[in-house]
Design a protein around this ligand. Structure first.
Ligand code: SF4
Ligand code: SF4
Length: 499
């Protein structure tokens, strides 16, 4: 790496953050040792922009192509991730491939036998107080094994939801409050790949002034009804599980294929010879083709063009959210070029601009005044846009219900609730909600999550305590039921219930 000592203040940020301890400060001056692989991390973190990447790769370095970083590695040294070491002209993995021991057929059989409940908890009702056995404990024989499901409709105040909205559009900043009918019901949470996420409910909001409205809202969402939310400082949302989101009155039916950099990797051969540069706009990672590994493989040369955003690794720029192309702030494709060196460009040079949902494409051409102007999109560029569009994901609203089952839901089965918790965590008991297997979070307690869209019936109700009433099913073999200290009572046979 190159250091500009006029800009360097000797703050030590590079030394502190280098994953390989490849830079050391001597007299407050950074010295890059032979371990340095030009991963650019220190360059990106330097508060004074004092570090830069050498343009040329030296003869004693080879470039790793196993990830977008492109480490330049000398013989005997590892890359920044330490997953590869150079031995002569080869980069070899530093770790062996891990192959897990196979489960026994008995373990697989046990897992399948209790994987779905004998009955659901929907319509089962609730018993109260908690020590009274749950309303139903029903048994059927499966492959000569007696399987028992114990069900209850548990009133859970520990109820929340994560709403997933597949869209490239900006809905609001993370942590922004989310309102329903003017009252706070949740917040925007961490964005996922191609989706915006909202967290609703939870015990602290369920205890607040707006508890009844909030509980009703969550029941309506869970029963697959349409609902409205407003993000503070962001968008208004009209949502329904299983349907495309309507954001600020406009149906959003585009979820990106992948980030801009990943599309370059997938569409690489299609982009060969199409233009002198290709930019794929994305609010998360915008791709710049000439700078990427795949662009180089396809014969592209550096252009000096920079897209909007912050440099991450070669050909990848972190973007900013907006209402423009690919969810960025770019409203006019000419603005996809944030910077270039006019001396390195030639009149007639062409730049293809795409975005990650395949809904827009533009071709730019450099004129004699060294300005980029829009020109007609040639058929081969339109073909790439169409390929992106056809591979975009369906844009839907989905939701995960998250609950915590403590009192009645456990004590209704056994007088030793801790035994049930342990059996759930070690796989002897399966928890389902409305017939759909739930994922139980690791650690203590019974905190679980379930995909609402898979629950077929209007399964959720509420009580004014307030709590969502959730159909909970615990399924296990009869042997496990008795081992857990299951309530001593006659187990109802499924055939008897059907009569
Ligand atoms: S470029 Fe990477 S490996 Fe080299 S000194 Fe900076 S952080 Fe360390
Ligand atoms: S995979 Fe290769 S390029 Fe990526 S960090 Fe590791 S050594 Fe560097």
């Amino acid at each position: 790496m190159k250091i500009n000592l006029e800009l360097c203040t000797g703050c030590g940020t590079c030394e502190k953050n280098c994953p390989l301890n490849a830079v050391v400060l001597e007299d407050k001056k950074p010295i890059f040792t032979a371990k340095c692989v030009s991963c650019s991390l220190c360059m990106n973190l330097c508060p004074n922009q004092a570090i830069s990447l050498p343009d040329l790769i030296s003869d004693d370095e080879i470039v790793c192509e196993h990830c977008p970083v492109g480490c330049r590695i000398k013989d005997g040294f590892t890359g920044a991730c330490q997953r590869y070491i150079r031995k002569g002209d080869e980069l070899v993995p530093t770790r062996s491939l891990v192959i897990p021991p196979p489960p026994s057929m008995q373990e697989i059989r046990q897992e399948i036998i209790i994987s779905h409940p004998v009955i659901t908890g929907i319509g089962a009702g609730t018993t109260y107080p908690d020590y009274i056995p749950a309303p139903y404990a029903v048994m059927e024989k499966r492959d000569d094994v007696d399987v028992v499901t114990v069900v209850t409709e548990a009133p859970l105040t520990y109820s929340s939801m994560v709403i997933k909205i597949d869209t490239e559009r900006f809905i609001g900043n993370e942590t922004a409050p989310v309102k329903h009918k003017g009252k706070v019901v949740g917040h925007v949470t961490t964005e996922q790949y191609g989706s915006k996420m909202i967290s609703i409910g939870g015990i602290n909001l369920m205890k607040g002034k707006n508890k009844v409205e909030l509980t009703r809202l969550m029941v309506n969402i869970a029963n697959l009804e349409e609902f409205e939310l407003m993000v503070e400082g962001g968008a208004s949302l009209l949502l329904e599980i299983g349907k495309p989101p309507i954001i600020d009155g406009v149906k959003s039916d585009n979820m990106k294929v992948a980030c801009g950099a990943a599309i370059m990797g997938m569409a690489g051969p299609m982009l060969k010879g199409i233009a002198d540069e290709v930019i794929i706009l994305d609010a998360d990672i915008t791709g710049l083709f000439s700078e990427s590994h795949v662009g180089k493989l396809m014969g592209f040369s550096p252009t000096s063009i920079k897209p909007p955003g912050t440099y991450a690794t070669p050909g990848r720029y972190f973007g900013e959210h907006g209402d423009g192309w690919g969810g960025t702030k770019v409203m006019d494709p000419v603005d996809a070029i944030a910077d270039f060196d006019p001396d390195k460009l030639f009149p007639g040079m062409r730049v293809l601009v795409l975005e990650v949902t395949g809904t827009k494409v533009a071709m730019l051409k450099l004129n004699e005044k060294k300005e980029f102007v829009k020109v007609d999109v040639p058929p081969e560029a339109e073909r790439v846009r169409k390929w992106i569009y056809e591979n975009r994901e369906a844009s839907l609203v989905s939701a995960i219900y998250m609950g915590g089952a403590g009192g009645s839901a456990r004590a209704g089965i056994t007088q030793n609730p801790i035994a049930l918790t342990k059996a759930l965590h070690n796989g002897e008991v399966v928890l389902s909600v409305g017939g759909v297997k739930a994922f139980v979070l690791p650690g203590g307690g019974i905190n679980f999550m379930v995909d609402i869209s898979k629950i077929k019936w209007r399964s959720f109700t509420w009580v004014p305590s307030p709590a969502m009433v959730v159909p909970i099913e615990y399924t296990m073999t009869k042997d496990v039921y008795y081992k857990l200290g299951g309530h001593k009572r006659k187990l109802t046979l499924l055939e008897e219930l059907k009569r």
